[in-house]
Write a protein that binds this ligand. Structure first.
Ligand SMILES: NC(=O)c1ccc[n+]([C@@H]2O[C@H](COP(=O)([O-])OP(=O)(O)OC[C@H]3O[C@@H](n4cnc5c(N)ncnc54)[C@H](O)[C@@H]3O)[C@@H](O)[C@H]2O)c1
Length: 382
């Protein structure tokens, strides 16, 4: 982006500049409100800005993730406040953003882009634009289909992660290592795709998008049980992670109250710095509310904001562990795999390690007799 700055990329606050563009792409946040319902305020605000500057012949594309129907029901009427007619005076289409932060194999260029316009001509024009930048463009019949594509993709992930989270809790009780089960199941070359358990889902997409679909489904009188249950299961994993910390401390005759817990990994995903909706936020809050002191460390993250305060990452992992009664891994950064449990546990007050992301494979566990090792999807000896 730096290389293009002020050459082909001109960021500006001046909305008058919109009049000079051929294409106007809206990619503003689509969060939830406190009732977990879609908050389209940013989309509406961006549409009003465009509407006030819209010119004949311009083309508007919404990319923000949202429920099917938004482009025609919300965006179009605001744009037509300009007195210009969609599909006649200006073009309109929807194309979901597909970005996988940290993924080096699939970039914007080689990730196929789905487009759907309000009519056939609009679909073709939007496809032409993206086709000049992106290797594969997938045209669909209308904006609703394109919006539904994004919902399907993210709900698919949420539901499958919930399924494997539920199974991991069952397998823990049955003393079956879920990680080994998944590794072996993934050897099936057809009909199976591995998903992994963990302390809950994070990021601004997977935990939020299913609620956009739920909201719309309810407008049609349908309670989306599958979608909502998966959200509940994934949220419960944070409680389970805290329970494992409590169990671990109990095993060394300590309580949460008065203990020091090192939280390792704050980002919602491996090898990136993004903490939006990260499970670490609620887990830190819960641990602090139960009376423990929390130290945090993430090689990518400087600080994390929670309802119980702002936590600054320790200078290094050793500082985080020194004096801790328990440590909990929440993100599977490659960096964490470089350490042996022996090395880590020697720094701690008591060697209690909770592993929520299979940082430590079963076959590389420590031989330390006194080590208390518990994990999500692991064979936990309570
Ligand atoms: N970033 C991703 O990895 C990703 C992937 C898939 C989908 N999405 C979707 O894309 C959308 C944007 O996500 P993001 O991560 O880029 O959000 P972001 O919060 O990082 O960036 C949004 C930008 O919109 C700007 N903005 C807000 N209101 C505005 C307005 N009224 N007018 C002009 N600009 C305005 C903000 O200043 C900010 O720069 C969301 O709907 C998200 O779900 C993002």
């Amino acid at each position: 982006m730096q290389a293009c700055l002020n050459k082909s990329f001109f960021p500006t606050f001046d909305s008058e500049q919109l009049k000079k563009c051929d294409f106007l792409i809206i990619c503003v946040p689509t969060p939830l409100n406190e009732a977990c319902e879609p908050n389209l305020d940013y989309v509406k605000a961006a549409c009003h800005t465009i509407s006030q500057n819209l010119q004949k012949g311009q083309f508007v594309i919404l990319e923000s993730t949202t429920y099917p129907g938004t482009t025609e029901e919300v965006v179009l009427p605001i744009l037509e406040e300009s007195k210009l007619k969609a599909g006649i005076d200006f073009g309109l289409a929807y194309s979901p953003e597909r970005i996988d932060p940290g993924n080096k194999r699939y970039t914007v260029e080689n990730t196929p882009k789905v487009v759907g316009g309000i009519n056939e001509e609009c679909t073709k024009i939007a496809a032409f634009l993206y086709g000049s930048l992106i290797q594969t463009v997938v045209q669909v019949q209308n904006t609703k289909i394109a919006e539904a594509v994004k919902m399907v993709e993210n709900i698919f992930r949420n539901v499958n992660i919930a399924l494997v989270n539920e199974l991991s809790i069952i397998f823990e009780k049955m003393e079956i290592d879920s990680w080994e089960v998944i590794r072996a199941a993934a050897s099936k070359p057809y009909g199976y795709m591995p998903f992994y358990p963990g302390p809950g889902v994070g990021g601004h997409c997977i935990p939020l998008d299913p609620y956009y679909m739920s909201y719309k489904a309810k407008k049609y009188g349908i309670i989306p049980r599958f979608i909502e249950t998966s959200g509940e299961i994934n949220n419960f994993m944070k409680v389970h992670a805290v329970n494992l910390v409590e169990c671990g401390l109990n095993k060394v005759n300590k309580n949460m109250y008065g203990s020091t817990v090192a939280v390792l990994g704050l980002a919602y995903k491996k090898n990136i710095e993004d903490t939006r909706e990260a499970p670490a936020i609620n887990i830190i809050e819960e641990i602090v509310n139960l009376g423990a002191k929390v130290k945090v460390y993430d090689p990518f993250v400087q600080l994390i904001k929670t309802k119980v305060g702002v936590f600054h990452s320790e200078e290094n992992i050793y500082n985080a562990l020194r004096g801790a009664d328990c440590s909990i891994f929440l993100t599977d950064h490659d960096f964490f795999r470089e350490f042996s449990l022996e090395e880590l546990s020697k720094l701690m007050n008591s060697p209690v390690i909770v592993d929520c992301k299979n940082i430590v494979e079963a076959n590389s566990r420590s031989n330390l007799k006194e080590l208390v090792y518990l994990g999500i999807g692991k064979v936990n000896k309570y």
